[in-house]
Design a binder for this molecule. Structure first.
Ligand SMILES: [Ca+2]
Length: 150
């Protein structure tokens, strides 16, 4: 979520396939892509892979993906920028900035990436009611849904 003025211009309106959830505007895509592909696909839509900075924002979006009952995982825009730090150094990537992740909702034994088996991207993991897991950024067998935000 980006703080912005209340006077939204016409082009800022949240229009299909994007929709308003809480205070922000999202497109929850069922199109299958790797996290790196999803990152680019969101940019191409004038958006970014979703940044869920607050507990409230994360809960609202998790509720939406649970309600959709797709069985798909959904990639979001957190990224580990340091594999040498235990647990990683997770950032929300947006508009050229890498903001430190404060609230995290990783599942048990997650994140479990390592320098030998890097999992620098992240998703809502369908197998555990959409808790967060870290995952490979561009492995062809990990193509799933993704969430753009603008
Ligand atoms: Ca993992």
């Amino acid at each position: 979520m980006i703080a912005r003025s209340h006077a939204k211009s016409y082009s800022d309106e949240c229009r299909y396939p994007f929709r308003t959830i809480g205070d922000s505007c999202y497109f929850i895509s069922r199109e299958k892509a790797t996290p790196d592909q999803a990152f680019a696909l969101c940019l191409q839509r004038g958006a970014y892979l979703a940044n869920l900075e607050t507990f409230e924002e994360a809960m609202l979006v998790k509720y939406e993906v649970q309600q959709m009952k797709t069985g798909l995982h959904f990639y979001i825009g957190g990224r580990n920028i340091n594999r040498y730090v235990p647990g990683g150094d997770w950032r929300w990537i947006q508009n050229g900035k890498m903001n430190k992740m404060k609230y995290k909702a990783f599942g048990t034994n997650q994140p479990d990436g390592s320098n030998a088996g890097p999992q620098d991207c992240m998703m809502f993991y369908a197998g555990e009611r959409y808790i967060w897991h870290d995952i490979y950024c561009d492995h062809p067998s990990w193509r799933s849904g993704y969430i753009c935000e603008k």
